[in-house]
Design a binder for this molecule. Structure first.
Ligand SMILES: Cc1cc2nc3c(=O)[nH]c(=O)nc-3n(C[C@H](O)[C@H](O)[C@H](O)COP(=O)(O)OP(=O)(O)OC[C@H]3O[C@@H](n4cnc5c(N)ncnc54)[C@H](O)[C@@H]3O)c2cc1C
Length: 667
C-alpha cells in the first residue's frame, strides 16, 4: 500500500463553525433511499448500540452484531465514574472551548483539533438525550443534575449515576436499540463474532461471522460496515477491561487494509486494586471519581513502608507528618486530580523508591479519612449538632461517603477483605484503556472506503492520554450524534448501488480464508493452553511496552513476541471442534490477533522518540522526571499497515491552529 495519503477530511472554516457548516452542507440520503440501504454495525456497547439505534431511527436497514448474549453485556456496562459534558451547570467557568482545550492538553497535543472540538460541542446534547431516555443521573437536593470532577481539569463537569454510569447509559442505549429491533429496523445478531471483513472493489461490503453457539460460519452483506468493537487493553492480559474485550474485529480490518493508529498509546489507570497473585486473570478498577475525595500517599520512610508490607503496621498507624501526599506535594495546582498518566507514573516512582505498601511493594494508599471528617463536620453543622464528638463526626461523614461511593467501597471490601472506611485503600496502576485504534478521518471513516470505526475502537479524540469520563462521552457522541451525519457522505454516493449480495465471490473467498484459519488453529494440537500464551504475551507487553519504555527493551520485546507467535502456531492446544460451541477456539483467534498487534505496538513505541501522555520513553524526560515531548519531529498520528516482516508506518501530520503547543504542566 505504498503512498497512502491520509486525508483527515476536516471541513474548512473556523474551528467553531466547522461542525455546523458541515451538517448544513453535507450530502444527504433521502428517506426513500435510506430504506434500501443496509448498514452493518459490529458491537453493541455504548458506541455501537447508540449508532445502530440512531441509524435505524433514521430509516437505514441495520444489522447489529455482538459476540455477547445480549447488547447489555458489552464492556461499557463496567464504566463507573461518569461522563463529561460542557454544560457549565456548576457555573465554575466551564465552556465548550475549555472542554476542548482540556482534552487537547490532556492528550498531550497528539489529537486532531477539529474532532476534539466537535466532541466538546456535542457533549451537552448527550446529557439531554440520556435524560430524555430516563437515565437516572445523580441529582442535587433541589433536583438539578449533579456533577463531580475528574483528573486533569479544574471544573466539575462529570455527570454520573453513582458508580454505575456505564450501566445506566447502556440501558438507555439498549432501550433505544430495542425499539428499533421491535420495529424490524434493526436485525440483532447476538452470539455472532465477526471473523473477517469483506471488501468488493476496495469498499467494505460485509463481514464473515461465526455463530458462537453452533460454530457455523455466516456471510453478511451491506452497503457499509461500522465497527464499534471496543478497545484492546487485554493485549496486556491483565487489565481492567472485560475478559472478552479484544482487538480481532479491528485487526481483521487491518488485515484487509485499514491502518492502526497510535497503537502504543495505552492508558494505565492509577487507581486499581493491586495484583495479588500469579493466577489472576482480571484487575479491578477503583473509579477515578474516588480521587475527588481520596488522598494518595505513601509513608515517608522506607522502614514504615516495610513494616506495612510485613503486616506489622497499618496505614492508620502512620502519623500525619510521616506521610508523603506526593501528588499534592508535586502538583499543587491539581493535587490528587492530576491526569491518569501523571498519577500512574508518580505511583510507580514512589514504589520504585521502596515506599510501596502492599506485600509486593507495588501499592500506594488512597485515603478517605480527611473526607470523612470534612463531610462529617459539615453534616453535623447542618443538623445543628453543637460540639459533635469524633465518633458522631465519623458516623455522619461515613454516611456521606457511602452515599457518593458506596458501591465502589463495597466492591473493594469484597475483593480485598479490607474495610476502606476504616483503613485506606491500597491501589496501583493497571492497564485500562487504549487511545490507539483504527485510523479514521473526520467522518469516522477508515482509509478503507465504507469501513467506519466508533468509540474505543478508533483512535480519534484522546491523543496520547484520555481524560477521565471522556470515553463514554466519545462513544455516545460518535454513535448518537456524529456517525448519523457523516455516514451520509459515503452513502449518498451509494444510492444507485443495488443490494449487496453475500453470494458475491469475495464473500466465498473471505469465508474460505476464515475456515482455513480456524482449521489451521485446530490442527496444531500442541501442548500449551491458549491462556498460557496470552499470559506470557501480557507479561512481555507490560515489561517492555508498559508504564515506561526504552529503545532497548522495545527491540527485545518485539523479538520475544515474534518468537512467542512462532511457538503459538506450533504448540497451542485447542480442544473440541471448530463446528461447535468452542470458547477455547474463540480465545485462540483473539490471542492470535493480539500476537500481531503486540508487535506493532512495540514498533510504534520504538518509532516515537519522545515521551507524551501514556507513552513514557525513559530516554526522554525532564530533570524532574516529567514526560518530554518532541513537537518538532513527532506531531503526527502514526498509522500502521500490517506486514509480517516489518509493519509500515504512515503519518498524518497534526496542525494546531487554535491552541498553543506547550509543555503540559499540572504544577
Ligand atoms: C472498569 C472500567 C470503568 C470505566 N469507567 C469509565 C467512566 O467512568 N467514564 C468513561 O468515560 N469511561 C470509562 N471507561 C471506559 C469506557 O467504559 C469504554 O471506553 C467504553 O465503554 C467503550 O465503549 P465501546 O462502545 O467503544 O466498546 P465496548 O463497550 O467494549 O463494546 C464493544 C462491543 O463490540 C462487540 N464486539 C467486539 N468484538 C466483536 C467481534 N469480533 N464480533 C462481534 N462483536 C464484537 C462486543 O460484544 C461489544 O458489544 C471505563 C472502562 C473500564 C474498563
Amino acid at each position: 500500500m505504498a503512498g497512502i495519503e491520509l486525508k483527515s477530511n476536516v471541513p474548512a472554516g473556523e474551528l467553531k463553525q466547522k461542525w455546523s457548516d458541515f451538517k448544513g452542507t453535507m450530502n444527504l440520503v433521502a428517506p426513500n433511499n435510506k430504506r434500501r440501504i443496509e448498514v452493518i454495525v459490529v458491537g453493541t456497547g455504548l458506541a455501537g448500540a447508540s449508532a445502530a439505534a440512531t441509524l435505524g431511527e433514521l430509516g437505514y436497514q441495520v444489522k447489529a452484531f455482538t459476540f455477547h448474549d445480549s447488547p447489555r453485556r458489552a464492556h461499557s456496562i463496567a464504566a463507573q465514574g461518569g461522563i463529561n459534558a460542557a454544560k457549565n451547570y456548576q457555573n465554575d467557568g466551564d465552556s465548550i472551548y475549555r472542554l476542548f482545550y482540556d482534552t487537547i492538553k490532556g492528550g498531550d497535543y497528539r489529537s486532531r483539533e477539529a474532532n476534539v472540538y466537535r466532541l466538546a460541542e456535542v457533549s451537552a446534547d448527550i446529557i439531554d438525550q440520556c435524560v430524555a431516555q430516563g437515565v437516572p443521573f445523580a441529582r442535587e437536593y433541589g433536583g438539578l443534575l449533579a456533577n463531580r470532577s475528574f483528573g486533569g481539569v479544574q471544573v466539575s463537569r462529570t455527570f454520573y449515576a453513582r458508580g454505575q454510569t456505564g450501566q445506566q447509559l447502556l440501558i438507555g442505549a439498549y432501550q433505544a436499540l430495542s425499539r428499533q429491533i421491535s420495529t424490524g429496523q434493526v436485525s440483532m445478531y447476538n452470539r455472532h463474532e465477526m471473523l473477517d471483513l469483506v471488501k468488493i472493489d476496495g469498499k467494505a461490503r460485509g463481514i464473515i461471522t461465526r455463530n458462537l453457539l453452533t460454530g457455523k460460519l455466516e456471510k453478511h452483506a451491506a452497503h457499509c460496515v461500522v465497527l464499534a468493537t471496543g478497545g484492546y487493553g487485554n493485549v496486556f492480559y491483565l487489565s481492567t477491561n472485560a475478559m472478552g474485550s479484544n482487538v480481532s474485529a479491528a485487526w481483521r480490518g487491518v488485515r484487509r487494509g485499514a491502518l492502526m493508529a497510535n497503537p502504543c498509546f495505552t492508558q494505565i489507570h492509577p487507581t486499581c486494586i493491586p495484583v495479588s497473585g500469579e493466577y489472576q486473570s482480571k484487575l479491578t478498577l477503583m473509579s477515578e471519581s474516588l480521587r475527588n475525595d481520596g488522598r494518595v500517599w505513601v509513608p515517608k520512610s522506607k522502614e514504615d513502608a516495610i513494616a506495612i508490607r510485613e503486616g506489622r503496621k497499618k496505614g492508620n498507624d502512620i502519623a500525619e507528618e510521616d506521610r508523603d501526599y506526593y501528588l499534592e506535594r508535586r502538583y499543587p495546582a491539581f493535587g490528587n486530580l492530576v491526569p491518569r498518566d501523571v498519577a500512574s507514573r508518580a505511583a510507580k516512582v514512589a514504589c520504585d523508591a521502596g515506599n510501596g505498601v502492599a506485600p509486593t511493594g507495588l501499592a500506594v494508599f488512597l485515603d478517605f479519612a480527611s473526607a470523612i471528617e470534612r463531610y462529617g463536620k459539615a453534616a453535623a453543622h447542618s443538623k445543628n449538632i453543637n460540639n459533635p464528638s469524633k465518633a458522631e463526626i465519623t458516623k455522619l461523614g461515613k454516611a456521606v461517603v457511602e452515599g457518593k461511593y458506596g458501591n465502589l467501597f463495597e466492591m473493594y471490601e469484597k475483593i480485598t477483605g479490607e474495610n476502606p472506611y476504616e483503613n485506606p485503600m491500597k491501589i496501583y496502576p493497571a492497564v485500562h484503556y487504549t487511545m490507539g485504534g483504527l485510523w479514521v478521518d473526520y467522518n469516522l471513516q477508515t482509509n478503507v472506503p465504507g469501513l467506519f470505526a466508533l468509540g474505543e475502537a478508533n483512535f480519534s479524540d484522546h491523543g496520547a492520554n484520555r481524560l477521565g469520563a471522556s470515553a463514554l462521552m466519545q462513544g455516545l457522541a460518535d454513535g448518537y450524534f456524529v456517525i448519523p451525519y457523516t455516514i451520509g457522505q459515503f452513502l449518498s454516493k451509494e444510492i444507485r448501488t443495488p443490494k449487496i449480495s453475500a453470494d458475491a465471490p469475495e464473500f466465498a473467498a473471505a469465508e474460505k480464508d476464515v475456515q482455513d484459519r480456524l482449521n489451521q488453529l485446530m490442527s496444531i494440537k500442541g501442548n500449551q493452553s491458549v491462556e498460557s500464551f496470552h499470559r506470557r504475551l501480557g507479561k512481555i507487553m507490560w515489561e517492555y511496552c508498559g508504564m515506561s519504555r526504552n529503545a532497548e527493551g522495545l527491540k527485545k520485546g518485539r523479538q520475544m513476541i515474534r518468537e512467542l507467535r512462532e511457538e503459538f502456531y506450533k504448540d497451542v492446544f485447542i480442544p473440541g471442534d471448530a463446528n461447535e460451541f468452542n470458547p477455547e477456539l474463540e480465545k485462540a483467534t483473539k490471542v492470535a490477533d493480539f500476537l500481531e498487534l503486540g508487535e506493532v505496538m512495540m514498533c510504534d513505541a520504538l518509532d516515537r522518540n519522545e515521551s507524551c501522555g501514556g507513552h513514557f520513553r525513559e530516554e526522554y524526560k525532564s530533570e524532574e522526571g516529567e514526560a518530554q515531548r518532541n513537537d518538532k519531529d513527532f506531531t503526527y498520528v502514526s498509522a500502521w499497515e500490517w506486514n509480517e516482516t516489518q509493519p509500515v508506518l504512515h503519518k498524518e501530520e497534526l496542525a494546531f491552529k487554535n491552541v498553543e503547543l506547550k509543555t503540559r504542566s499540572y504544577k
